[in-house]
Design a binder for this molecule. Structure first.
Ligand SMILES: Cc1ncc(COP(=O)(O)O)c(C=O)c1O
Length: 493
């Protein structure tokens, strides 16, 4: 396809540079006045220039709340690059985008079908909106001890069993790069007149390389939210929301985004979105070629190290994976089980002994994200460290002895209230040991695998409590309990 020359443009960044270089006298926010008032230590470390583009809403650089100049132009270029009717810059990450996505499509009391591997921001969106979620489960691979994604068959069955549901909420890819079969799922849901919205936090790069899974917009989603900052050149917190107008009321969506976004958005973050889009649209293929090759090369080497296993695209052909859509090969999920270590222990060893920081760990794996910023040397360092760890641990510990077989959580199926009703009901903290049978008033998650263990309104079961305790003991981060993970918020009876 011929290059769209417009994609070389960076209207917002250009306007910011031109304003900064114009050196106008500023009697407006931010109070540091182009860095003149900033802490000396800060300026010394980062240099003076960055502060000259830490701007505020001004005619020259447009307004995110009511864009009609360079921000509008930058968002239109993003929409064109991603195949959306409209794109919106987000400054509170995909978290804020997910809130807006739910609020714009789900009215109070609407029934919403939600794939249970949803991030807590989707659940918070449901609390804000007052909608009634019906959850259905992703597939779990017992060999890998991993949650994959939802299948086409499970989604169709959930749609058929809940014909009153207005919106389908999916998360694809998941953290490990495993995608749902979006094209078939979206086509089925649209046939049944549902709106399909996708948390695509881990997929802002997919559109730009043919060897990566299809993106949500290309697969026909009505809304997709992407963490530009997680995978490509956006700065932390900078995300994008893309939407198609056939089933989404764009006026409502724009209004909701005005509500959830700051009235003082960071121009530095917005510029990073403008530039990240330009970079991907003009040289994404080449940059991603490199990232894909580096990841595949490292995967091959890791799979030759005794005791380690890093699944590849061939797995997509095995019976379990066959139900999934596809797999993003830039993710390296390194199964560490045979070394007799948990993923958490392996991540700590990599960090403390080898100064290598991975994206995350779960009981059995460490996850490495390979992106356009990685160099061959970085991956060689990882492979060398893994080789040394294999020499030290493989065959010395029994895998079963050190890695507790945690199984994977199902969730509390009995629902007594909507998430909103439960969240706003009177609550009390009670000891985990006494919580069986109570109604949760909090969102409790362990990320990964990212399946919410408790959603407000659900009855707390023994199975969930056992799982929380095990994950806590293993060193996972349990989110939504008190500081020492000993009490949980429940609806006061
Ligand atoms: C699937 C998913 N959705 C949403 C988010 C939130 O994204 P952000 O950190 O950009 O707010 C995350 C963060 O890890 C995520 O994994």
């Amino acid at each position: 396809m011929p290059m769209d020359e417009d994609q070389f443009k960076t209207p917002l960044f250009d306007a910011m540079v031109s304003l900064a270089e114009g050196r106008k006298v500023s009697f407006h926010t931010p109070g540091h006045k182009s860095g003149k008032g900033i802490s000396t230590r800060f300026r010394k470390f980062v240099g003076p220039k960055i502060f000259s583009i830490d701007l505020t809403t001004l005619d020259e650089v447009d307004s995110l709340q009511k864009p009609k100049g360079v921000i509008k132009e930058a968002q239109e270029l993003a929409a064109k690059a991603y195949g959306a009717d409209r794109s919106f810059f987000l400054l509170n990450g995909t978290t804020g985008g997910n809130h807006a996505m739910i609020l714009a499509t789900c009215n109070p009391q609407d029934t919403v079908l939600v794939a249970r591997n949803a991030h807590k921001s989707i659940l918070a969106g449901l609390i804000f909106s007052g909608a009634q979620p019906i959850f259905y489960l992703p597939t779990v691979d017992d060999n890998l001890k991993m949650t994959l994604n939802v299948t086409y068959e499970a989604t169709c069955a959930a749609i058929d069993a809940n014909r009153q549901a207005k919106v389908l909420v999916l998360t694809s890819p998941n953290y490990y790069g495993i995608c749902a079969d979006l094209e078939r799922i979206i086509s089925y849901a649209h046939e049944k007149e549902m709106i399909v919205v996708v948390d695509e936090a881990h997929g802002p790069h997919l559109k730009f390389h043919p060897d990566l899974p299809i993106s949500a917009m290309e697969a026909g989603a009505d809304i997709a939210v992407q963490s530009t900052h997680k995978i490509i050149g956006g700065m932390t917190q900078a995300s994008m929301l893309h939407a198609k107008s056939a089933r989404v009321d764009m006026t409502t969506l724009a209004t909701v985004l005005r509500f959830v976004q700051s009235t003082s958005p960071s121009y530095i973050l917005m510029a990073s979105l403008d530039l990240a889009r330009m970079q991907m649209a003009t040289e994404g293929r080449k940059l991603l070629d490199k990232a894909i090759n580096l990841a595949e090369e490292a995967r091959g080497k890791i799979n030759r190290i005794p005791g380690l296993f890093c699944f590849d695209r061939q797995m997509v052909k095995n019976p379990f994976f066959a139900q999934m859509g596809d797999f993003d090969v830039t993710k390296l999920t390194i199964n560490i089980r045979e070394l007799g270590l948990s993923g958490y222990q392996a991540a700590q060893i990599l960090n403390n002994q080898y100064h290598i920081q991975v994206e995350m760990a779960d009981p059995f794996n460490v996850l490495v994200i390979v992106s356009i910023g990685d160099r061959r040397d970085d991956l060689n360092r990882l492979v060398d460290a893994l080789r040394e760890m294999s020499k030290e641990y493989h065959g010395k510990n029994s895998p079963a002895g050190t890695v507790i077989d945690v199984g994977l959580p199902t969730f509390a199926k009995e629902v007594r209230m909507t998430p909103r009703e439960a969240f706003f009901a009177n609550y009390q903290y009670i000891a985990l040991d006494e919580a069986c049978g109570a109604i949760s008033s909090e969102i409790v998650t362990v990320y990964p695998p990212g399946i919410p263990l408790l959603v407000p309104g659900e009855i707390i079961t023994k199975e969930v409590l056992d799982y929380i305790r095990t994950m806590d003991r293993l060193g996972a981060t349990v989110d939504g309990l008190n500081a020492s993970n000993s009490t949980v918020a429940v609806v006061k009876q």
